[in-house]
Design a protein around this ligand. Structure first.
Ligand code: NAP
Length: 331
């Protein structure tokens, strides 16, 4: 049994990872969360969720004391470096983990692509913060780390019917509207992986001794071109999608064709539509550049007993749910 602390474990990706570790009953898991500001609404902590520890990410000493007190061996960070201040929080957490005397392994927040990609291939401003975290881990040689890369989350493709904790955001596919927005010619290969599968593999990594942790952990749900993805969506839903191919030069300027279901999603982002479009545009540029064709040591091969969610099965399941919700009338 390993004692694990998941920073941001109440968040979108973190919650799934915590659920999976907890469900397997192989390890003891704690959730790290920021101290709640006085008067702020109470947290949505599911029943039967493991212990939630409030921490002050601005104090390395305080963080270090918490990690040592609970005898934490492995820290998993799922902080989202897109949000202001989360990068410093993660850097402090790395240093605290290195200093506390109990932590031997640190899995930093990535869960995406290799951020070493040239900026023009992935012009996502927080990439610099992700790279800084890796630098910090390299400096702290007592910690073993692995960088988890899973491509684009499959969950997004089946919204709003997918079972997921991710906040909704529509990119490439909008199955309710029967629309697809494809960057360029659509022949680029992209890896799509469900958050549930990422969580399962992360749980498996906990059983692996530190010296066997790969430097770069690739998780491949499905590797497919965007054109094949749209064909699969058409097969699974039995309807023809309205397809728009956005010019890469336009996407580089932040312009992308709107997917109708994104409309209610804008308010989640402080910068509204522009911020959401910006996120989608950088992902689409990355897809065209091949950045989402994930490389590294494939955890699928390291842990062959873990069954991943296949794309067509996933889309069919989501579309069945749409039927139950009477959405097929939009055809
Ligand atoms: N590949 C993909 O398609 C994809 C998609 C989405 C996300 N991701 C990646 O997955 C990782 C997790 O993303 P997510 O969407 O799960 O994140 P999230 O839910 O937005 O945030 C995770 C947690 O971070 C904590 N947090 C936020 N701001 C903070 C700050 N300033 N300081 C300290 N903690 C802060 C919050 O926890 P508390 O409030 O409880 O402290 C929050 O619940 C990120 O690295 C993200 O880039 C990848």
């Amino acid at each position: 049994m390993v004692v694990v602390a998941v920073a941001g474990g109440l968040g979108d990706v973190g919650r799934t990872i915590v659920e999976e570790i907890h469900r397997s009953q192989r390890h003891q898991v704690y959730v790290l969360t920021r101290q709640k500001a006085p008067g702020s609404p109470s947290r949505n902590v599911p029943e039967c969720f493991p212990s939630v520890l409030e921490v002050d990410y601005s104090s390395r000493t305080a963080l270090s004391e918490v990690l040592a007190k609970y005898n934490v061996d492995t820290v998993i960070s799922t902080l989202n470096l897109h949000w202001p201040g989360a990068d410093d929080a993660q850097l402090n957490l790395i240093q605290a983990a290195a200093e506390c005397g109990t932590v031997t392994r640190f899995l930093p927040s990535e869960f995406n692509i290799d951020y070493n990609a040239p900026e023009e291939d992935m012009p996502y401003p927080p990439r610099v913060k992700y790279l800084q975290a890796v630098e910090e881990l390299r400096r702290n040689t007592t910690l073993t780390f692995t960088l988890v890369r899973n491509g684009f989350f499959m969950d997004y493709l089946g919204l709003p019917f997918a079972e997921t904790h991710l906040h909704p955001l529509y990119c490439i596919l909008d199955i309710s509207a029967g629309k697809a927005v494809i960057p360029g010619d659509g022949n680029c290969h992209v890896v799509f992986t469900h958050t549930r599968d990422v969580a399962k593999f992360v749980n498996e990594l906990l059983d692996l001794p530190a010296h066997q942790w790969p430097k770069e952990s690739a998780i491949i749900g499905e590797r497919i071109t965007l054109n094949e993805l749209v064909e699969a969506a058409e097969r699974c839903t039995g309807r023809r999608f309205h397809k728009t191919h956005d010019e890469v030069s336009a996407i580089r300027k932040g312009a992308t064709t709107e997917l109708p279901s994104n409309n209610p999603c804008y308010s989640y982002f402080p910068g509204g539509k522009e911020e959401l479009d910006g996120i989608c545009c950088t992902q689409m540029i990355g897809m065209v550049a091949g950045v989402f064709d994930i490389k590294g040591t494939e955890l699928n091969k390291l842990f062959p007993h873990v069954q991943t969610i296949r794309l067509e099965h996933f889309l069919r399941t989501c579309w069945e749910k749409a039927g139950e919700n009477n959405v097929h009338r939009a055809e």
